[in-house]
Design a protein around this ligand. Structure first.
Ligand SMILES: NC(=O)N[C@@H](CC(=O)O)C(=O)O
Ligand SMILES: [Zn+2]
Ligand SMILES: [Zn+2]
Length: 345
């Protein structure tokens, strides 16, 4: 039995850090595990300009303990008003690695997102030309579409036509949750990839809905049925470089989750790599973890692999019931229960 795992240091290709004084509560957990992370721009107000992204980057850097060396890779939030010149500015800044598409209203802080993708074709043209990846929250917002079908319908209605019109656009379908998404990515060209979260590898919708409603398991896209989870595990552990690690760690205060209308988002940065190791071990594929966590993402983004390593040991530890979050608290994934793998400090 494998009890120690040494991996090239991984990166997190989908992360929410929020802003303000809570940054010092949130950034260190990621920095201890990951060298770099793609920082999602869905703040209030959203990060829509290069200037805003560069200022946000400085606030993140200032929130990490000395010598951690964590590097935030910034993104811009697409709106109906984004102009192609902003894409050029972003590319030239040297610190912006992608642009994020939120269909308006699809998820947390997506109200400023895109209403008419058709009107953004000049911007998409610029992205394609400059080979700046488009990161996609792939769910339709059509209220007549069942929430469990919103990813599948988005692929058919929006993503397929988009890739038809922009065949060389680099696209990451973020936090995929369905067998259909897995099939779509596998069938696509080399410029199409997907991130997969630890919670979608470990949990199905029973965690959210069976035996009482469990708001800390509520995220978007919502957890799906077991067959979809199995398809995600198969994709993540397949060695296919189109699938890579993106935690979608998305902290919300306990009070914003435990309420009549709870926010979408699961916080997992405190144990992210350890939880992926559990999922890969359960699938009998620990030897595939390093590719998924440390090689495929840099390969897609055209960045070098990290030089140093991290070590996980099979020593169970108990996740705290809650964590500090500014003046509030945060309920971490697995709070109060055990995680099988431990990060060696
Ligand atoms: N995943 C989520 O449920 N929530 C994310 C937004 C997102 O990634 O869709 C958040 O910012 O809280
Ligand atoms: Zn999303
Ligand atoms: Zn996210």
């Amino acid at each position: 039995m494998v009890t120690t795992l040494q991996l090239t240091r991984p990166d997190d290709w989908h992360l929410h850090l929020r802003d303000g004084k809570i940054l010092t509560d949130i950034v260190p957990a990621t920095g201890r595990r990951f060298a770099r992370a793609i920082i999602m721009p869905n703040l209030r107000p959203p990060i829509t300009t290069t200037a805003q992204a560069l200022a946000y980057r400085k606030r993140i850097l200032a929130a990490q303990p000395k010598n951690l060396g964590f590097e935030p890779l910034m993104t811009l939030y697409l709106t109906d008003n984004t102009i192609p010149e902003e894409i050029t500015r972003a590319r030239n800044s040297g610190h912006i690695y992608a642009v994020k598409l939120y269909p308006a209203g699809a998820t947390t802080n997506a109200d400023f997102g895109v209403n008419h993708l058709g009107k953004l074709y000049p911007v998409l043209e610029a992205l394609q030309q400059q080979q700046l990846p488009l990161l996609v929250h792939g769910e339709v917002t059509d209220p007549t579409v069942d929430i469990f079908d919103r990813e599948r319908v988005f692929i058919d209605r929006h993503l397929s036509p988009l890739l038809h019109d922009f065949p060389a656009l680099r696209v990451v379908l973020e936090h995929i949750t369905t067998q259909e998404a897995v099939e779509f990515i596998k069938a696509g060209a080399h410029n199409i990839a997907a991130t997969i979260t630890p919670h979608h590898l470990l949990l199905n919708r029973n965690a959210l809905l069976a035996g009482g409603i469990q708001p800390h398991y509520y995220c978007l896209p919502v957890l799906k049925r077991e067959t979809h989870r199995q398809a995600l595990v198969a994709a993540a552990t397949s060695g296919n470089p189109k699938f890579f690690l993106g935690t979608d760690s998305a902290p919300h205060a306990k009070t914003a989750k435990e309420t009549a209308c709870g926010c979408a988002g699961i916080y997992n940065s405190h144990a992210a790599l350890e939880l992926y190791a559990e999922a890969f071990e359960e699938a009998g594929a620990l030897e595939k973890l390093e590719g998924f966590a440390s090689f495929h993402g840099p390969g897609f983004y055209g960045l070098p692999r990290n030089q140093d390593t991290v070590t996980l040991t099979k020593i169970p530890w108990q996740v705290p019931d809650s964590l500090p979050y500014g003046d509030d608290t945060l309920i971490p994934l697995r709070g109060g229960t055990m995680v099988a793998w431990r990060l060696a400090e």
